[in-house]
Structures are given as structure tokens and as C-alpha cells.
Write a protein that binds this ligand. Structure first.
Ligand code: GLA
Length: 658
């Protein structure tokens, strides 16, 4: 990865000037300067206006706005403008449209109307990319290239005939021999044996349960296919203007699982991520903290760029919750605390027309004279004040393992319980660790685990053969490993690991389970330590481990629910939130992890900088000595942070408990 493209902790936003008359542009620049906007993302959805007819380009208006931005001292993250093809292209080539698993075409009239495998789309898109690169690659305002936009948003998976042919080529490349595919997919089951790759289709809607490895490989193919598309645009940009770094904005979120971003990361010059609070979830800010920690994991610990977020409500949830006063600053600083070196938003000015006209922006419909714009100005000043934080690294004692392949496989159908959802399990344990006052890096199972005191492995259904030995090393050096139910069950082909559950981890955990006994929705069981649990039980016996808690009722009274084999813990059920929290605290304490903060008060360290984010309704007091950067005041011994407020302290000394 190259150095970060923007200065300090930059404030940025998507800027769509084509939605406004030219007379508005000078005011835009002036207001951006007032707010301290350091960069804008330009051109994301501009294709139809930049290339109004095939091969005829109109860059005049774009030159003009780019010039105004540059004169105004605002840097540009230049989109390649290929996210939404113009109507002339989809009209001429309907074969480039995406098709769903039922065979329905998804028609133009929205955005991202293109199949990731379409050669005709790629040809036209790369021609535009080359034009953009030649015209703007040397422009002094352009600091970063932004390939397409949120690759995979709306068109991450396509089941059309073009995709089918590309899938077959991907399989032939992966397996070489169709008999290898037959073994891996277990096609002896239900007469699914293939005589040739030519017989394979994408997993379209079937009368009964589809082959799970077929589904898993299709998920892998779709991720690879879009990465290949990214590389094609990136290569054009690098050929023409090698000095400008290239990225694309990832969508690492709890409702989007179609890209394996660990495999994408090495192709990015800087990791960029979009994040919107999801008010459909029970713990909205915990999900933000989780996603930020995962983004940092994808970035290998390096600072990353928050490319999009919302100043207030979005427009795409059933009820779009507005941020209350103060929340914009607090939520933005949460991203920075967890590794972001820039905070950007969709979008500069709230649209008058179109499908996103009720989405919040930096300049709302009410205009400059609004609470929102004043808060944006306040945020810009705060980010400027903490600029020296840029480049520092988050300090974490805990690793929590995350894997997209495991997500795809875990959530397939025909499993013991459809109630077991990978993301739920991961969120629950990440929240417990965070609320207990620790910071977790969310990392790939193949990450280096040597620096962590605790490694949490929530419901990691699919694992390769290297993970159990890596976890055994953590335990051997005195680290703690905590594994939860439905982990280590299958190999990377989604084949069961035989001999008893939890297959890959039996020896590490010193347990063996013969049968799963999931609980009906709403049913709970009681444990002999007073806790309760739901969702999952299993017929577990110990083989070296010590029993920490057993069931007193439910289908398996007297059976172990929580065990430990030295410092290797197994949680064979879904503990209630209080019991999860208590166990997390116990393990962190035994492992010697320093805990600061609590549910509602996040304390996160980036190098010598201590972030205190107080979401609670009472004042928080945190021990630290140094300088609070937003206010510029000295802090001696401890900092008091009012409810709903935040502080960023350059610590003179890192004290015990900080
Ligand atoms: C995504 C897109 C943006 C915009 C926002 C709205 O992040 O990249 O163009 O549609 O969603 O939340």
C-alpha cells in the first residue's frame, strides 16, 4: 500500500455537481471551505453526461468544476464514472443486464445495470476509464482514483448465460479435471455427477435443496469476478498515470456478504470503506464498532479511509432514523478511533430529485442556515484539531476471527437450525469484548495471532486445516482461545469433519460432541451457574476439558454447556447477553487484558492517542494525563467527558487502566 492520499484527518464527501445549475457551484466551494472539506469524490454517476453518445465525450463541465475545486484548495478522489452505465449502452446491449436466480432480467432505470462478467460492458467501461485517466491523471487536484463505486452493490451476483460461461471457465481453472469438481462437490449425492464442465450452471432456483459446495463455489466465483473487474480498471489507470493511487470503496456491512475483502485487500493502494448505521439491528453502534474493527483487519492494521457515511438519516431503511444533536461528531470520531484517517459522507448537497432525495447530506434541503450544517462545520474543526492522530495505529489485545467463506457456508440452508446466523454470533462476542472495555482486531483466520492475549472464534463453521494448530500455539504460550458452538464443523469444501464435533477443534478444546440438539425458537435453557441460553445445545462430553457450567434443564440436563481445557474455552450454546458479558470479562481478566470503558463509554487507543466516546447518559471519567486535542486543554490525572460527548487526548504517559 502507498501513503495515505489526504492530509491530516480529512473531511470529505461525494460531490454530484451535475445535479445542480452552474450558478450553485461557487457557493458549493465557499461552503466546503467553511466546513473544512479537504476532498470530494467526483464523477461517481457521471457517465451519461461525460459520454452522451458512444465515443463522444463532453468533459467541458467536468474541467470547469475540477478547476473550481482546485482553486478552492479541495483535493479530489476521482471516480472512474463507470458505476452506472448510460441508457444508450444498455439499450444497445441488453445482454449486459443482470439476471436473478429465477431468470428475471433486472432492467435499466436505476443504477449498476451491468453483469460483472459482461465483455461488452467491460469494453465500454475501460474505454471511458482510459479517457478519464488521460485527461485527469496529471491534474494537480487528483490524489486518488476511485474505481466504479461499491463494486457488487446491487449486481454482486448474476445468474445470466454470460455469467454461467464465466463460472464454468473459473471452475475449469480451479479444478482442471471435472472429476475433481465431482469429489469436491460430493456429486455422488442425488445423481448430480457431471460428465463435463459444460453441464454446470450457476446455482439457479432448483426444486429441492441445491448442492451446498456448488453454492459456495459460486459465491467465491462472484467475489473473484468483481475483483477481476477492479483489476482491469486499475491496470488501465496504472498504465496511464502510475503515480496516482487506486482504490474502490468496500461495503463491509452486516447485510452485504458478497465480496471476500481479505482477498481483495492486496490489490488496493489504500483500504476504503462505506458505513451506514443500520437501525434494523438491535445494537446499532456496536455494529459500527465491529465493522470499523473489521475494516482495520482488512487493512492489515493500517489506517483506512471512511469513504461514505451519513450525516443523519439514510433513505433505504424501513424507517430512517435521524441523528440527534452531537451524534454526528461522536459517530465520526468512532471511525477515527478505530483506524480511519479520513471521514467522508454521501453526499455534499441533499438532492432535489431522484431516488435519494430524502438521504441526509452535509448541506441539507434547509441550506446553510441549519443545525446540520453547523454540526458539519463543528465536525470539520474537530477533525482539523486532531489531525496529528493520522498514521497512528490502534492498540488491541484481542483478536476476533472473521471469514467470508465461513459466513457464506454457515448461512446456507438445510443446517441443524436456520436460527444460527454467523453475523449474529460474531456481533454478540464482539460487543461483549468491547463493552468489557477491551479493543479487538477483527482478522482473518490466517492472520498472525502471535501478539494477542485472547483469540475469539465465534461460530466459525468452515475452517481449513491450519487454524487448529495456530490456535494451539496461542494456548501453548499462555494465550486464551474462546470457541463457540457450530465451529470447526466442515473443511473448505463444506465436507463434515468426521469423528465427532467440533471437528477441527476437538483436541484443542478437549471435548467431543455426538449430536446437535438445537432449541426451538423462543425456547431457553438454564445453566447451573445461574445463566440462561437459547438457540443451541449439543450432546457434549469432555475428553480432558474441565466443565465450567452445565444445563439444569432442556433436552440435555447435566450436559456440559461451557468447558475449558486450560486456556482453551468452548461455549457450546448461545449464552444470554449478561452471561456472555460475564464470561468475556472473566476470560479477559484471566488473560491479563487491561479493560477500560464500559457499555456506553468506549475508550480506544491509537498509539499515544486515547479516544473517549461517551454514549451513556452520565459523565465518564477516564484516567489519563496529556492534552485534549479538540479543546486544546491540558488533562491531568483524568479526563471527564460529558454524556453524549467525546475527547481525544494525546497522552503524556500511558497509565495503567488507560
Ligand atoms: C451507497 C452508495 C451511494 C449512496 C449511498 C446512500 O453507499 O455508494 O451512492 O447511494 O449508498 O446511503
Amino acid at each position: 500500500m502507498t501513503s495515505f492520499p489526504f492530509d491530516g484527518i480529512a473531511l470529505g464527501c461525494d460531490y454530484n455537481p451535475e445535479q445542480w445549475p452552474r450558478s450553485v457551484w461557487p457557493e458549493d466551494i465557499a461552503l466546503m471551505q467553511e466546513a473544512g472539506v479537504g476532498f470530494v469524490t467526483l464523477g461517481v454517476f457521471s457517465w451519461a453526461l461525460l459520454e452522451p453518445e458512444p465515443g463522444r465525450f463532453d468533459f467541458g463541465w467536468f474541467d470547469e468544476i475540477l478547476g473550481l475545486l482546485h482553486e478552492g484548495g479541495i483535493a479530489v478522489d476521482m471516480a472512474t464514472a463507470t458505476a452506472a452505465p448510460p441508457p444508450w449502452l444498455t439499450a444497445a446491449h441488453p445482454e449486459m443486464l443482470t439476471v436473478d436466480e429465477f431468470g428475471h432480467t433486472l432492467w435499466p432505470g436505476s443504477r449498476q445495470s451491468w453483469c460483472p462478467s459482461s465483455p461488452v460492458f467491460r469494453e465500454h467501461a475501460l474505454r471511458l476509464v482510459a479517457e478519464m485517466a488521460r485527461r485527469y491523471g496529471e491534474h494537480p487536484a487528483v490524489r486518488l482514483w476511485h474505481v466504479s463505486n461499491e463494486l457488487g452493490c446491487h449486481n454482486g451476483r448474476c445468474w445470466c448465460d454470460v455469467s454461467a460461461a464465466a463460472f464454468r471457465a473459473w471452475l475449469a481453472d480451479r479444478y482442471g479435471d471435472v472429476e475433481k469438481l465431482n469429489d469436491t462437490w460430493g456429486t455422488a449425492f442425488w445423481s448430480q455427477h457431471y460428465a463435463s464442465f459444460d453441464e454446470v450452471l450457476p446455482p439457479r432456483i432448483t426444486p429441492a435443496v441445491p448442492n451446498p459446495t456448488h453454492q459456495l463455489d459460486f459465491a467465491r466465483f462472484c467475489s473473484d469476478e468483481l475483483l477481476d473487474y477492479h483489476r482491469a480498471e486499475r491496470d488501465v489507470l496504472r498504465d496511464i498515470c502510475p503515480s496516482v493511487p487506486v482504490t474502490t470503496n468496500f461495503i463491509i456491512s452486516s447485510h452485504q456478504s458478497e465480496q471476500d475483502y481479505f482477498s481483495w485487500a492486496p490489490d488496493m493502494d489504500v483500504i476504503a470503506q462505506d458505513h451506514y448505521l443500520d437501525h434494523r439491528l438491535p445494537h446499532v453502534h456496536a455494529e459500527q464498532a465491529f465493522t470499523d474493527d473489521l475494516t482495520r483487519g482488512v487493512a492489515g492494521g493500517a489506517p483506512w479511509l471512511l469513504m461514505e457515511s451519513a450525516t443523519s438519516a439514510v433513505n433505504w431503511q424501513p424507517v430512517n432514523i435521524a441523528k440527534r444533536p452531537g451524534e454526528l461528531l461522536l459517530d465520526s470520531l468512532r471511525h477515527v478511533a478505530r483506524g480511519a484517517d479520513a471521514v467522508a459522507f454521501f453526499q455534499w448537497r441533499a438532492s432535489r430529485a431522484g431516488g435519494e432525495k430524502f438521504h441526509s447530506a452535509l448541506v441539507p434541503h434547509a441550506g446553510r442556515d441549519s443545525m446540520k450544517f453547523r454540526e458539519v462545520v463543528e465536525l470539520g474543526a474537530a477533525l482539523t484539531a486532531i489531525g496529528e492522530v493520522a498514521g497512528s495505529h490502534v492498540v488491541a489485545d484481542v483478536a476476533l476471527l472473521w471469514d467470508w467463506n465461513a459466513w457464506w457456508a454457515c448461512d446456507l440452508g438445510s443446517h441443524p437450525s436456520a436460527e444460527v446466523r454467523y453475523v449474529d454470533a460474531v456481533h454478540r462476542w464482539h460487543k461483549a469484548v468491547t463493552d468489557a472495555g477491551a479493543t479487538a482486531d477483527v482478522v482473518s483466520p490466517s492472520a498472525d495471532l502471535s501478539g494477542y492475549k485472547v483469540v475469539v472464534v465465534p461460530t466459525l463453521y468452515l475452517v481449513d486445516d491450519t487454524l487448529a494448530p495456530a490456535l494451539a500455539e496461542v494456548v501453548a504460550r499462555g494465550g486464551h482461545v474462546l470457541v463457540t458452538y457450530f465451529s470447526g464443523i466442515v473443511d473448505t469444501c463444506d465436507h463434515i469433519r468426521l469423528g465427532g464435533y467440533p471437528g477441527a477443534f476437538r483436541e484443542l478444546l478437549g471435548v467431543r460432541s455426538e449430536e446437535f440438539a438445537p432449541l426451538a425458537p423462543g425456547a431457553t435453557v438454564t445453566l447451573d451457574d445461574g445463566g440462561t441460553a437459547d438457540l443451541w445445545t449439543e450432546l457434549l462430553t469432555t475428553a480432558g476439558a474441565e466443565v465450567v457450567a452445565s444445563y439444569t434443564d432442556g433436552p440435555l440436563p447435566g450436559t456440559p454447556a461451557v468447558t475449558r481445557n486450560g486456556t482453551a474455552w468452548y461455549i457450546a450454546t448461545r449464552l444470554d447477553e449478561a452471561a456472555t458479558a460475564a464470561l468475556a470479562e472473566r476470560v479477559l481478566d484471566e488473560a491479563g487484558v487491561t479493560r477500560t470503558g464500559s457499555d456506553g463509554v468506549e475508550v480506544v487507543r491509537r498509539g499515544k492517542y486515547v479516544f473517549v466516546l461517551n454514549r451513556s447518559s452520565t459523565e465518564a471519567v477516564v484516567p489519563v494525563t496529556g492534552t485534549e486535542l479538540i479543546s486544546g486543554t491540558a488533562v491531568a490525572g483524568s479526563v471527564s467527558v460529558a454524556a453524549g460527548c467525546a475527547a481525544v487526548i494525546r497522552a503524556a504517559v500511558i497509565q495503567e487502566g488507560t
